[in-house]
Ligand binder design. Structure first.
Ligand SMILES: O=c1ccn([C@@H]2O[C@H](COP(=O)(O)O)[C@@H](O)[C@H]2O)c(=O)[nH]1
Length: 234
């Protein structure tokens, strides 16, 4: 097995569906992602219960003024998630406040990994231009990635296309978590910046995040195991 680990995104509003996917995928997943859809529908007790049994990436993408993000993260830490997200575009002060809040809320060495989402993998250059950003996704990801890591983020969420430029700019230390993963021939759906699991692994992803290619498969367990095989042989 290479260094790249698999996070399966449990994008559902149903606890029963999430538990079914967890059971089907089993040890093929290194972690499970819970996001807005699950947390808003099922509440944080359900998140806590799953995090007590599994490695959980709680992807709520906080984006607000520094004080509000800091206090929000403080409230999330008792849930036991291993990784939490904020938007890098919230700025350096917000990210620094997020890091300080996690350090204050958790014993040394036990805090969740703080990840900053750079440019959503559903966005291309045209989508960035629409919001007034006259840069390529690659340029914007490196700009925001540098800002976030210098402000205290432990890692970044980016597409596989930006792994090499981020490593060149920031070295090996930041944890790179990579959604926008599609097995060869799979539908991109709303994702714009995509690569296959093997390509992302060869590019140096620490983690890949895969949702619908696994959860909508006829056999989610087999789909997850096939991705693990691809990672192992990358
Ligand atoms: O830039 C981002 C940040 C987060 N995500 C999340 O990853 C999964 C991807 O799901 P797929 O079904 O494999 O497309 C999903 O939970 C997103 O919220 C992302 O895609 N891009």
């Amino acid at each position: 097995m290479g260094r790249t680990r698999l996070i399966v995104a449990l994008d559902t509003d149903s606890r029963a569906q999430a538990e079914h996917w967890i059971g089907a995928v089993g040890e093929a997943a290194d972690a499970f992602k819970l996001g807005m859809e699950f947390a808003y529908a099922q509440g944080f007790d359900a998140v806590r219960e799953i995090a007590a049994r599994h490695n959980v990436f709680l992807d709520l993408k906080l984006h607000d003024i520094p004080n509000t993000v800091a206090r929000g993260l403080t409230s999330l830490t008792p849930l036991g998630a291993a990784m939490l997200t904020v938007h890098a575009s919230g700025g350096a002060a917000m990210i620094a406040a997020a890091r300080a809040a996690l350090e204050a809320a958790c014993p040394a060495g036990e805090r969740p990994i703080l990840l900053a989402v750079t440019v959503l993998t559903s966005m291309d250059a045209a989508a960035l231009a629409e919001i007034g950003v006259p840069a390529s996704p690659r340029e914007q990801v490196v700009r925001l990635g540098r800002l976030a890591v210098e402000a205290g983020a432990d890692g970044l969420v980016c597409s596989a296309e930006e792994i090499a430029p981020l490593r060149a700019a920031l070295g090996e230390k930041p944890v790179l978590v990579v959604p926008g993963i599609r097995p060869a021939g799979a539908d991109r759906q709303d994702q714009k910046r995509v690569m296959t699991p093997g390509e992302a692994a060869r590019a140096g992803a620490d983690w890949i995040v895969v949702g619908r290619p696994i959860t909508t498969a006829a056999d989610p367990g087999a789909a997850a195991r096939a991705i693990r095989e691809e990672l192992a042989h990358a």
